[in-house]
Structures are given as structure tokens and as C-alpha cells.
Design a protein around this ligand. Structure first.
Ligand SMILES: Nc1ncnc2c1ncn2[C@@H]1O[C@H](COP(=O)(O)OP(=O)(O)OP(=O)(O)O)[C@@H](O)[C@H]1O
Ligand SMILES: [Mg+2]
Length: 227
């Protein structure tokens, strides 16, 4: 199976008021296409930092992350933007939906940025609404939705892009058990149906129970690989 990510001894430091903080230390891992992988570990262990680096959300000039064989640190900004726009769907703990847009428009937003033409957009949005079971919510704005519904919209928005990779940072953290389980089920379904590589950060036991591969982080280091 082809490698989507190859990370080689990745270090990452935050600089705060002249003080350097080592958030990731010598992280090495490989993620294959179509895998579903969860990063676990206590608060502050580096999960979000790692996801942000993998998702090109955090700027880094280091040469330790290879995405589809390309060294991220060597790419031009426009090439990185293409990866962000077309390849990666990011799902945040607090949803990050646009408050003034309806469900339909929220999902449509990134497709417009991708330059997808209208009839194709409608098709992709309809399929995402169907997969997530939220067709009846398409004209509502985020404030009219529950937390579980908002997270489903956020997943639909990520899915409609047909990304190669979906990255989800604590996707169940703002949800109750029932909605959390539904979100995990949807991520599994997307992984199976579309072969999307799915990368999750979570310390939710329910997510971990369903995970095929768990990597535990502690103090910025990998603790134990596999189940
Ligand atoms: N912008 C930042 N500037 C400085 N330090 C940071 C910054 N972001 C995170 N850190 C520090 O880096 C470490 C790892 O943070 P990170 O957010 O990756 O942890 P996490 O595992 O996602 O935690 P949580 O489970 O609470 O979300 C923490 O000690 C945190 O304080
Ligand atoms: Mg985090």
C-alpha cells in the first residue's frame, strides 16, 4: 500500500517569549493510504501539534514530513495551498462552521474555492448530506443546530471536497456519547466507502475502542505503537 505520510524523527518547538518549548520529539511514523489511525495521549502530549503539522495548518520549515513522497519543508507556498485545498479535509473540535452560512452553503464554500462547477457541487453536497444523514438540515444555520448536528455538517463539509485525507482533532469532545458514536461511525463509513485516509486525535475511550491503530503520545514522544 502506498504511503501518504512518512515522518522521520520529527522535532517541533514552540517559541514563547524567547523560551523554546519542545512539543514533539523525534516522532517517526508511516501512514498508509486508506488507513484509519488515532493519536491518543493526555492533554498537552502533542496530538494537536502533530495533526496541525500533518494537515499543513502549522508552518514548519523542517524537512521531516513527507506527504505522498514530497518533503513539505521543500514545497513552495502555492504547492502547499493546493494540498490544503484539494487533499486535506480538517475537522475541528469546535466545528469552525461559518455562522452566517447555511449547512448547504458551509459545505459548498470549499468546493467553490476548489473551482468545482455548480452542478458538480450540488452532486457532491447531496452525497455528503446523504452519507451524514443531514439532508433535512441543509437550509439551517449553525446556531439552529445542536452540537452533534454541527459536527455532522463539519464532516460533510470535509467529505464533499473528496479529500485524500481527513484529519479530525477531538471530533467527539464537544458531543455526548450518542452523538460521539454517530460521528465515529460516520468517519468509519467514509473510510470504507471512499478509501479516505483518516487521522484522528482523541482521548475519548469510545473512539479508541473503535480504532484500528492507536499511537500513544506522551510529552511529545511516541509511547507505544499498534494495539
Ligand atoms: N501556540 C503554542 N505556543 C506555545 N506552546 C504551545 C502552543 N500550542 C501548544 N503548545 C504546547 O505544546 C504542548 C502540546 O500541545 P498540544 O495542543 O499539541 O497538545 P494536545 O495533546 O493536543 O492536548 P489536548 O488533549 O489538551 O488538546 C502543550 O504543552 C502546549 O502547552
Ligand atoms: Mg489538542
Amino acid at each position: 500500500m502506498s504511503l501518504v505520510y512518512d515522518v522521520k524523527e520529527l522535532d517541533f518547538n514552540y517559541h514563547l517569549e524567547g523560551v523554546q518549548f519542545k512539543a514533539l520529539k523525534k516522532i517517526s511514523l508511516e501512514i498508509s493510504a486508506g488507513e484509519m489511525i488515532t493519536f491518543a495521549g493526555p492533554s498537552g502530549s502533542g496530538k494537536s501539534t502533530l495533526l496541525n503539522l500533518l494537515g499543513l495548518m502549522e508552518e514548519t520549515s523542517n524537512d521531516m514530513i513527507f506527504y505522498n513522497g514530497k518533503c513539505l519543508g521543500q514545497l513552495q507556498e502555492q504547492d502547499k495551498n493546493i494540498i490544503r485545498r484539494f487533499d486535506i479535509g480538517f475537522i475541528f473540535q469546535s466545528f469552525h462552521l461559518f455562522p452566517v452560512l447555511t449547512t448547504f452553503e458551509n459545505i459548498e464554500f470549499f468546493l467553490i474555492r476548489q473551482g468545482v462547477e455548480e452542478s458538480k457541487r450540488k452532486e457532491l453536497i447531496q452525497e455528503a448530506l446523504n452519507v451524514l444523514g443531514i439532508n433535512d438540515l441543509k437550509d439551517k444555520r449553525p446556531t439552529q443546530l445542536s452540537g452533534g448536528q454541527r459536527q455532522r455538517v463539519a464532516i460533510a463539509r470535509a467529505l464533499a471536497k473528496r479529500p485524500k485525507v481527513i484529519i479530525a482533532d477531538e471530533p467527539t469532545a464537544s458531543l455526548d456519547q450518542k452523538n460521539g458514536e454517530a460521528v465515529v461511525d460516520h468517519l468509519f463509513e467514509i473510510n470504507k466507502k471512499f478509501g479516505t485516509t483518516i487521522i484522528i486525535a482523541s482521548h475519548d475511550p469510545m473512539v479508541l475502542r473503535h480504532s484500528q491503530r492507536i499511537i500513544n503520545l506522551k510529552d511529545g514522544e511516541i509511547q507505544r505503537q499498534g494495539l
